[in-house]
Design a binder for this molecule. Structure first.
Ligand code: AMP
Length: 282
C-alpha cells in the first residue's frame, strides 16, 4: 500500500489504472479506523481493481472545536489496518493541501435534508463541510464507486443528493452498520466512553429496536417515538425520530403493509455524542 499526501502524487499513482480502464473505488474516512471502516474497505476491495482510502480529519465539518482537537489520530495504526483490509493507496493529505491559502469555495446541499436532525442540532454547516470535502475527494480521486456507511444515514442521503444534483459520475454505495455484540454501533468516538458509560451506550440501539418493533407491528409514529427513548437518564437525547427513509420528514402515520421508515437517534452520553439509526419495513 502506498501512502500519498499530494493531489499530483495521487493522480500520477492512479494514471496507470485509469489508462488500463481498471475500476477505482474510494473509501473516505477520518481515521481512527475500526471494523465499520474496514467493512467499507473490504467491500471496495471486492468491487474495484484499485482501492483508495482517504484519511482526513476534516475541520470544516466540526461544529465543536474541542471535538476536532481531541479527535483520535493514529496514522501508523490506520495504515496497517487499511492495508490489511485491502487498500492499495492511503491518501492522507495535510489540511493545507485540502484547504490551501485562499481556498474560498463551498458546496452546499440545500433544503430539509441538511437542515433537520443532525443539521438542526449540529447546524447545516456540518453537512456543508461534509459535501465540500467529499466533492473535493471525489474530484481528486475520480473513483467509479465511493463507499459510505449506513451508520451516518443522513450523511449518506445528503451525499446521494449531492451526486445526483451535480451530475457527478460516481456510483455511491452504502454499506450496513457494523455493531458491537451488544448492539452499540462502532464509532471512532466510542473510544472516549469510560467503562460506566460504555455499559449504558447500547440503550440507544435497544431503543431503535423497540421503535422498529412498534412500526413493524403497525403502531403509530408517536408510540414508536416514545418507545425509542432510552430510559437511562445519563443518555441526554437530542432527537429520536421515526422518519421517511428518503426525505427524512417525520412520519405522520403508521406504516402501510410494505411501507418503510428509518428511525434516527442522537444523544449525548457524558462528553460523547452518539448517533445511530435503523431501517424498518412493515
Ligand atoms: P468517519 O471516519 O467517522 O468519517 O467514517 C467514515 C465512513 O465510515 C463513513 O462513511 C461512515 O458512515 C462509515 N462508518 C462509520 N462507522 C461505521 C459503522 N459502525 N458501520 C459502517 N460504517 C461506518
Amino acid at each position: 500500500m502506498r501512502i500519498l499526501r499530494t493531489v499530483p502524487g495521487l493522480r500520477t499513482a492512479l494514471k496507470p489504472a485509469r489508462r488500463a480502464d481498471r475500476t477505482i473505488a474510494l473509501v473516505p474516512t477520518m481515521g481512527a479506523l475500526h471494523d465499520g471502516h474496514l467493512s467499507l474497505i473490504r467491500a471496495a476491495r471486492a468491487r474495484a481493481d484499485e482501492v483508495v482510502v482517504s484519511l482526513f480529519v476534516n475541520p470544516a465539518q466540526f461544529n465543536d472545536p474541542e471535538d476536532l482537537a481531541k479527535y483520535p489520530r493514529d496514522e501508523e495504526r490506520d495504515a496497517q489496518l487499511a492495508e490489511q483490509a485491502g487498500a492499495d493507496i492511503l491518501f492522507a493529505p495535510p489540511p493545507e493541501i485540502v484547504y490551501p491559502p485562499g481556498f474560498g469555495t463551498e458546496v452546499r446541499v440545500g433544503g430539509p435534508l441538511t437542515e433537520t436532525l443532525e443539521g438542526e442540532h449540529r447546524g447545516p454547516e456540518h453537512f456543508h463541510g461534509v459535501t465540500t470535502v467529499v466533492t473535493k475527494l471525489l474530484n481528486m480521486v475520480q473513483p467509479h464507486t465511493a463507499f459510505f456507511g449506513q451508520k451516518d444515514a443522513q450523511q449518506a442521503l445528503v451525499i446521494r443528493k449531492l451526486v445526483r444534483d451535480l451530475d457527478m459520475d460516481v456510483q455511491i454505495e452504502i454499506a450496513p452498520t457494523v455493531r458491537e455484540p451488544d448492539g452499540l454501533a462502532l464509532s471512532s468516538r466510542n473510544a472516549y466512553l469510560p467503562a460506566e458509560e460504555r455499559k449504558v451506550a447500547p440503550a440507544l440501539f435497544e431503543g431503535l429496536q423497540r421503535g422498529a418493533e412498534v412500526l413493524a407491528g403497525g403502531g403509530d409514529p408517536a408510540e414508536a417515538r416514545r418507545a425509542m427513548f432510552p430510559s437511562d437518564p445519563r443518555l441526554d437525547v437530542a432527537y429520536a425520530e421515526p422518519v421517511d427513509p428518503d426525505s427524512l420528514e417525520p412520519l405522520t402515520a403508521a406504516l402501510a403493509p410494505g411501507g418503510s421508515a428509518r428511525l434516527l437517534v442522537a444523544a449525548r452520553l457524558g462528553r460523547t455524542r452518539l448517533i445511530d439509526n435503523m431501517g424498518v419495513t412493515r
